[in-house]
Each structure stands twice: as structure tokens, then as C-alpha cells.
Design a protein around this ligand. Structure first.
Ligand SMILES: [Zn+2]
Length: 92
């Protein structure tokens, strides 16, 4: 299972991994693995229109320094892909 986690999703990837393991343990899915893909925070400046990546907690336009920016990505928590082996083979 591949998930995409943005830094602003309010999710700690390590916790997500830990919880996933705790949930699947003892079930037929116990061999399922979580593949976490971390993304960057991207924003667009409302002042000059520049698109940029936000570094750390500095939410300012990298071109003009304006604080009037719109976060365009980084809050996502998406399941990107679920890969399954042949269920019969898995349970045999
Ligand atoms: Zn700007």
C-alpha cells in the first residue's frame, strides 16, 4: 500500500507506519506493508504569482517576500496505490 503524505497533513509518517502494522497484525493482511511517500509543501504567491516550495516554517514568497501566499500542496493524505498478490496464493 503506497500512501502520499504532505508535511501539513497533521500526520507523522512514523506513527502512520506503526498504526498500520498494529492494525494488520493477526489478520490475513499481516504481511501488508505501507510505503510512505513524503511530499513537499508548495505554495503560490498572491502578490507576484510566483510558485515555490516552502522550506521549514517560513511561509513567505521566495521571490518578493510577501506573506500573502496560498498553499497548493502539502496537506494531502492519499492512498496512491494498493498492490495485491493473488489472494489464493497469499492465503494458501
Ligand atoms: Zn511573491
Amino acid at each position: 500500500v503506497r500512501v502520499r503524505v504532505g508535511p501539513l497533513a497533521g500526520i507523522v509518517p512514523d506513527s502512520l507506519d506503526f498504526c498500520f502494522d498494529a492494525i494488520v497484525t493477526g489478520t490475513p493482511l499481516s504481511r501488508a506493508r505501507l510505503d510512505i511517500e513524503k511530499t513537499l509543501v508548495k505554495a503560490r504567491c498572491s502578490g507576484c504569482g510566483a510558485g515555490f516550495e516552502v522550506e521549514g516554517t517560513l511561509f513567505l514568497c521566495s521571490r518578493c517576500g510577501s506573506a500573502d501566499i496560498e498553499v497548493v500542496s502539502g496537506t494531502e493524505l492519499q492512498v496512491v496505490e494498493i498492490e495485491m498478490a493473488d489472494p489464493q496464493a497469499e492465503l494458501a
